[in-house]
Design a protein around this ligand. Structure first.
Ligand code: MG
Length: 382
């Protein structure tokens, strides 16, 4: 019987191509945790855990993810049967509460390892892909309207993106609406405009904001209110023509069920990491589908590793009415994959090949990992 032999993890720090201005933080680099699992037959699996803006976004940081994986999850999984991913998930859920991103990173590596041993794409472990590519939005978040417009025009001309998500919430709501209006007018009809408020609005801001966004033809507003304000989200969903999307409020199937029961969203931003793993993210999609809520493949701004795993999972979802935002590898100043994920024709393409379908570039891994002196990290490169 093949068993889980060894689990290693390392933090990588990669600069972004520009400042990424969010309501809660400005990112100039992304730090993510790569997880490498070695199995007793010599096979391996790769996973990743990342958070947008670390502790300013949620309750996990790269450092906490690293510690949870190395000090708590690895010891309870070592020696378990490698092919029983469901069993490993239950063991992790029993031994480690919370820490969804850390658990998701390890689970991803277990699914990747199983798929590679079987010689199958990861999507086949979830019943097979129903699409080979999906629409991909780009996030405009330079903080300056004219810079965002220039960036969007270049991306439209390159046929890379025709859906844009604008990060707002740092300014007052009237100035934010003026910013969105300027971009809307510059890009014209036929280009999808969505906004992400990252919980920054009060209910009063949200009433004003959603009315302004409806008027200018934006199609969706993401997490306008605090993640804890389910009643407010339900009220907005009932009263707005523009689609209301839940993101930070949605941490796995239990939240999905509660939001669906309250009709507190029109759309779920489903994130593998935030859901607690690929399996739970698939369950979130099933709840959305049963409740008539649209789905959207969200990102925690993972590198190509986490992005590839998400692509495989969302390739298997029956409906993906709002497409994806799986663009993050393009936000980084360098590529850590040996072969980058392909973006063309306003879509992102699911990588072929066994497992998640991508491989790391060992030189890039060595260059960007935070602490190359630790011997436990060497396994990541061989
Ligand atoms: Mg969001």
């Amino acid at each position: 019987m093949v068993t889980i032999d060894r689990i290693d993890a390392a933090i990588l720090d990669i600069p972004t191509i520009r400042g990424h201005v969010l309501a809660m933080a400005t990112m100039r680099q992304q730090s993510f945790v790569l997880v490498h699992v070695r199995f007793s037959d010599g096979s391996t699996g790769l996973g990743e855990g990342a958070s947008i803006g670390g502790l300013s976004y949620g309750n996990e940081s790269p450092e906490s993810i690293l510690s949870a994986v190395r000090d708590f999850i690895a010891p309870c999984l070592n020696g378990l049967p490698a092919d029983n991913v469901n069993g490993a998930i239950l063991r992790m859920e029993k031994a480690v509460k919370g820490n969804f991103i850390a658990r998701a990173a390890v689970e991803m590596a277990l699914w990747d390892g199983l798929a590679r041993r079987r010689g199958l794409p990861l999507a086949d472990l979830f019943g097979g892909a129903v699409r080979t590519s999906m629409p991909v939005a780009w996030t405009l978040a330079s903080g300056v309207s004219s810079t965002d417009i220039e960036e969007a025009k270049e991306l439209i001309a390159a046929a890379r993106h025709n859906i844009f998500k604008l990060k707002i919430g740092t300014r007052n709501v009237r100035d934010d609406i003026a910013h969105v209006t300027a971009i809307r007018q510059a890009l014209g009809d036929g280009i999808g405009i969505r906004v992400d408020v990252n919980q920054a609005w009060s209910m009063h801001d949200a009433r004003w904001g959603t009315a302004g966004l409806e008027e200018l033809g934006a199609e969706l507003v993401e997490q306008p209110l605090s993640a804890s304000d389910t009643a407010g989200m339900a009220e907005l969903t009932a009263s707005s023509r523009i689609a209301i999307m839940a993101d930070e409020a949605l941490n796995g199937p239990v939240d999905a069920q509660a939001l669906a029961c309250r009709r507190a969203a029109d759309v779920f931003a489903v994130k593998v990491a935030q859901s607690g793993g690929l399996k739970r993210a698939r369950e979130v999609c099933a709840i959305a589908d049963a409740a008539g809520i649209g789905t959207y493949a969200g990102t925690m701004l993972e590198s190509g590793v986490g992005t590839a795993a998400s692509l495989h999972l969302f390739a298997t979802v029956d409906k993906l009415q709002w497409g994806s935002e799986l663009f993050a590898p393009l936000l980084f100043a360098d590529e850590i994959l040996a072969e980058p994920i392909r973006y063309s024709d306003f879509a992102v393409h699911v990588p072929d090949g066994p497992g998640i379908g991508v491989e790391l570039d060992p030189d890039k891994l060595a260059h960007y990992r935070r602490d190359s002196r630790k011997s436990s990290l060497h396994a990541l490169t061989n």
